[in-house]
Design a protein around this ligand. Structure first.
Ligand SMILES: [Zn+2]
Length: 333
């Protein structure tokens, strides 16, 4: 299949030395701007030989630790401290970031389910296509920040995936260790098709991701983890001068789909365990009250396995099919 060129143009020169700040400009014709564009901020830092790191936040627009750490890095980084190239896109799905929503307000596109994208598709598909065909191929190391957004909350962790290529997997987990979040996860996905993670890994890139909190905000604690971890990862990869600020971390494994607990009922959720709590298999972790009338008993939701509660539903009202809790298994690093 012959693909048309991406409609996105970069106002930065990826080969030029020094620090550049610019945009990925995507034409977007609409009612309030007939010849308007989406202007996604991008910074490129180039200095001498070394690998290329591609750093992204707000792949989902309501997750904030990544954008905080990346806008911060972009405003302070000096070319002389870099060996190689660092590409910073603090808000990958910029329309979603601007709206404070997980998906794009333009086409409802979930960027992290839109890969490989299409140059002639929707706005979100065009963004995915640009990363797929332009930015990922020029990169060696990819760090994509996530958090729980408005509907999930996570123990702060850095993660990589179990991969068929064990060398690629080991290099990814080395950078997870260097990141030094309080928790480090060998991550299992429930819905990997169309993910940026999968696109990067299939190209053989070293891919590291995070889940650093949630609820549609960032705390001083989680933003601090993001900023320190970002620098640690770049230093460990040989891209940034300095010493890794080594931090203790607890590793978690996600052996199979029993880690995930889903609601079969809707209503008012009362958690019986909190993030970081140890639970045994079949332990009640939440109750869901029907709210149409009084006098009805709640439905109990139980853990599918023993372990640590590493994620939970965030809003007070839950719907059938929502992920209520995720249980990880503590393992040696
Ligand atoms: Zn996300």
């Amino acid at each position: 299949m012959q693909l048309v060129p991406s409609p996105i143009t970069a106002t930065v020169d990826f080969a030029a030395p020094g620090v550049q700040h610019g945009y990925l400009r995507l034409p977007y014709s609409r009612d309030d701007a007939a010849w308007g564009s989406i202007m996604t901020p991008i910074a490129v830092v180039n200095n001498g030989d070394g690998p290329t790191a591609l750093l992204t936040g707000a792949n989902h627009g309501d997750e904030y630790e990544g954008p905080i750490a990346l806008f911060d890095l972009s405003s302070t980084i000096r070319a002389e401290d870099v060996s190689g190239r660092i590409i910073i896109v603090p808000a990958m799905n910029y329309p979603a970031f601007g709206a404070g929503t997980r998906t794009s307000p333009i086409d409802r596109g979930n960027l992290n389910r839109s890969f490989p994208g299409r140059p002639d598709g929707s706005v979100t598909q065009k963004i995915a296509d640009y990363f797929q065909r332009v930015l990922l191929p020029m990169s060696d190391i990819v760090l994509d920040f996530h958090s729980g957004g408005k509907t999930l909350d996570f123990l702060p962790y850095c993660a990589a995936h179990i991969l068929p290529d064990k060398r690629q997997e080991a290099q990814s987990f080395d950078l997870v260790r260097a990141f030094g979040a309080p928790w480090s996860v060998r991550m299992l996905e429930i819905d990997a098709v169309g993910m940026y993670d999968t696109a990067a890994e299939e190209m053989g890139k070293i891919f590291v991701t995070t889940e650093l909190g949630g609820g549609g905000t960032a705390t001083a604690h989680t933003a601090g983890i993001a900023k320190r971890g970002l620098k640690n990862l770049l230093i460990a990869a040989g891209l940034l001068k300095g010493d890794v600020d080594a931090q203790p971390t607890q590793w978690l494994d996600m052996p199979d789909a029993d880690c995930f607990t889903f609601a079969e009922d809707g209503g008012l959720i009362e958690f019986l365990a909190d993030l970081g709590d140890h639970v045994v298999q079949d332990q009640p972790v939440a109750r869901i009250f029907p709210v149409a009338r009084t006098g009805l008993l709640p439905v109990t939701v139980t853990a599918g396995r023993a372990g640590v509660m590493m994620a939970r539903h965030f809003p007070g009202i839950v719907k059938p099919g929502d992920c209520v809790a995720v249980i990880g298994v503590e393992v040696e690093g």
